[in-house]
Design a protein around this ligand. Structure first.
Ligand code: FES
Length: 127
């Protein structure tokens, strides 16, 4: 699975809207460093977080067990499984938030905004 990723910090800093249909189009022409925006390949046995780490990126996490939400990402396109979730309420899952620490890509292409733990919706959950 090929994943296009974007750091939420960039979205917040630039005043972009997470729900903007052209969010990744804007990122593509914004001359962002590879740690903030780019593509990575996720192997079948890797979770999204492991794939990012195995390619040398540092994405937020804490428990690695579905219990803290520090690793949350927002799905712009595609699907990421969520086998273990002890923290995320159904409304947030329905709204497209997933935990990268145990989520495996379930589509050929994925677009995710990582580092969304500072979003007001998630801030309250973080342990
Ligand atoms: Fe804690 Fe993913 S790192 S839920």
């Amino acid at each position: 699975t090929t994943v296009q990723y974007l750091d939420y910090e960039v979205v917040a800093d630039r005043g972009w809207d997470l729900h903007d249909d052209d969010l990744f189009g804007k990122a593509a022409i914004a001359d962002l460093p590879p740690e903030a925006y780019g593509r990575l390949l996720v192997e079948p046995e890797e979770t999204l977080l492991e794939a990012a780490e195995n390619r040398g990126f540092v994405w937020p996490f804490s428990c690695r067990g579905g219990a803290c939400a520090n690793c949350a990402v927002y799905l712009v396109e595609g699907e990421l499984s969520q086998p273990v979730n002890h923290i995320m309420p159904e409304e947030l899952s329905d709204a497209g938030f997933r935990l990268s620490c145990n989520g495996y890509p379930a589509s050929d292409e994925l677009k995710v905004v990582f580092n969304v733990k500072h979003l007001p919706e998630l801030d309250d959950l973080i342990l």
